[in-house]
Design a protein around this ligand. Structure first.
Ligand SMILES: [Zn+2]
Length: 463
């Protein structure tokens, strides 16, 4: 089983051939002898596959498997969108719809939804997230028994289909299967991504089993690392690796320092580093204090680093902490930050260049579905720091395009570490570009990805 990539650029040298065998790079040279399958690289760069160091796969899959109505303007367009989605599903299969607002078609009850979806259980979420609207087939799936106060009933005691703020109860009662991962596995492969770290604190045994099954089935062709909020064991077949213990802070109800250090100590007993969600300055201050008390070790990470005051930079460096950032937030939410964040704090938003200059390791990621999963959009945002409207946010935090790509080239267990390399002996987790690297970086765009390989196996080829 071997594959030769002909005429590719490797680490700045064009016109080379690269042989992949047994999952690794076996040979690099000019005009390698034929043998096995061959693929013409047409002068494009062969670079290490990209790693998304912070993503939420099940949420991204649920979003991809749902109909989003937030841009829909009227009842006719809504009916068309739902009819298309229903036609693609066998009768009885769930349809999840998000982003509904009364301006589309008024208040919806179960009879309206039955007319829209007579053969499928349907649940529609209001744009505010406070209300779910279910049709009769969906209500039947909730089963019998007492219902909590948010489940609305009419004067006759019948269920109206409207359920207010009962998400936890709904999740327990709905027997909806987890969303399919194949579509997002393919989409991420088309970006050149060969490794993923899922940062969800909620990943439990059943979520991990679902993700592992998707890896085994080839639906998720990437190498997978899972964080979790509790204990987690890696399967014997290596379907996923166990990553850091995730600590999720909520600025409105910060956990106390004792609880925090207890969690860090527990992670140490399990031999795991710690990854802490830090979006605000308050969350970061508490996190730095917790690591001061419990001690930091290599691999500990700050997720997001949404607001990093200047004084915190040397503390991050001193504790050896890595910042796993999402530059795409600058593009996608930057206009809102410019309008809503204190002027004095705007320079602290999603820092990059100042962290690197201080010797703090920085890694790139998407936080998808909360921002675009496209790493090339993240690279462009790290380079330009432009918001959607074209304004610049934190111009001094700009980094060069090669450094921006480098944010995605660290190993999954060493985010922000040295970029992996295309050398003989390294794993054949690779991304082949349509053009030489300098040309690709002049205007970062996912369209430059020609093919993606994981363990020497092609998992994406541009059409
Ligand atoms: Zn996240």
């Amino acid at each position: 089983m071997s594959l030769i990539l002909r005429n590719v650029e490797v680490e700045g040298t064009g016109g080379l051939d690269v042989r992949l065998a047994d999952g690794r790079i076996a040979e690099i040279g000019a005009h390698l002898a034929a043998g096995g399958e061959a693929l013409d690289g047409r002068g494009g760069a062969l670079i290490p596959g990209l790693t998304d160091h912070h993503i939420h796969l099940l949420a991204l899959a649920a979003q991809a498997d749902s109909v989003d109505l937030s841009a829909v303007t009227g009842p006719r367009e809504m009916r068309t969108r739902l009819a298309e989605a229903l036609a693609a599903r066998p009768p009885g299969a769930w349809l999840r719809v998000t982003g509904y607002h009364e301006r589309i078609a008024g208040d919806l009850g179960r009879a309206d939804l039955d007319a829209l979806a007579p053969a499928h259980p349907l649940r529609v979420q209001h744009q505010t997230g406070a209300l779910w609207m279910l049709n009769s087939l969906a209500l039947a799936r909730l089963g019998e028994g007492e219902t909590p106060p948010g489940v609305e009933r009419n004067a006759a005691g019948q269920l109206t289909g409207r359920i207010w703020r009962e998400d936890a109860w709904l999740r327990r009662r709905l027997s909806a299967p987890p969303p399919p991962l194949g579509p997002i596995g393919r989409r991420l492969a088309a970006f050149g991504i060969t490794a993923l770290t899922d940062a969800s604190v909620t990943t439990d045994e059943s979520a991990a089993a679902h993700l592992a099954a998707a890896v085994r089935a080839g639906d998720l062709p990437q190498r997978l690392t899972l964080m979790s909020g509790g204990p987690m064991e890696a399967p014997a077949d290596g379907a996923f690796a166990v990553g850091p213990l995730k600590v999720l802070l909520d600025d409105h109800a910060l956990i106390d320092l004792d609880d925090f250090t207890t969690r860090i100590e527990r992670a140490r007993r399990w031999g795991r580093p710690v990854a802490v969600h830090c979006v605000t300055a308050g969350e970061l201050a508490l996190t730095l204090a917790a690591f001061e008390t419990a001690g930091a070790r290599p691999g500990d990470r700050i997720e997001h680093g949404g607001l990093i005051p200047p004084a915190a930079i040397s503390q991050l460096k001193g504790r050896g902490l890595t910042v796993v950032t999402q530059s795409a937030f600058v593009a996608e939410r930057g206009d809102r930050y410019l309008a809503e964040v204190d002027r004095a704090e705007q320079a602290d938003l999603y820092r990059c260049a100042s962290l690197l200059a201080a010797g703090v390791p920085v890694a790139g990621s998407s936080d998808a579905p909360y921002a675009s999963p496209d790493p090339w959009a993240g690279i462009a945002a790290a380079v330009g720091r432009r918001t959607r409207s074209g304004a610049v946010l934190g111009g001094v935090e700009r980094i060069g395009p090669a450094a921006a790509l480098g944010l995605y080239l660290g190993a999954p267990d060493d985010p922000g570490g040295p970029p992996r390399r295309v050398v003989v002996g390294s794993p054949a987790d690779l991304c082949l570009l349509q053009v030489p690297l300098a040309q690709a970086l002049a205007e970062p765009d996912a369209a430059v990805v020609a093919a993606t390989f994981v363990g020497g196996r092609r998992v994406h080829a541009a059409s």
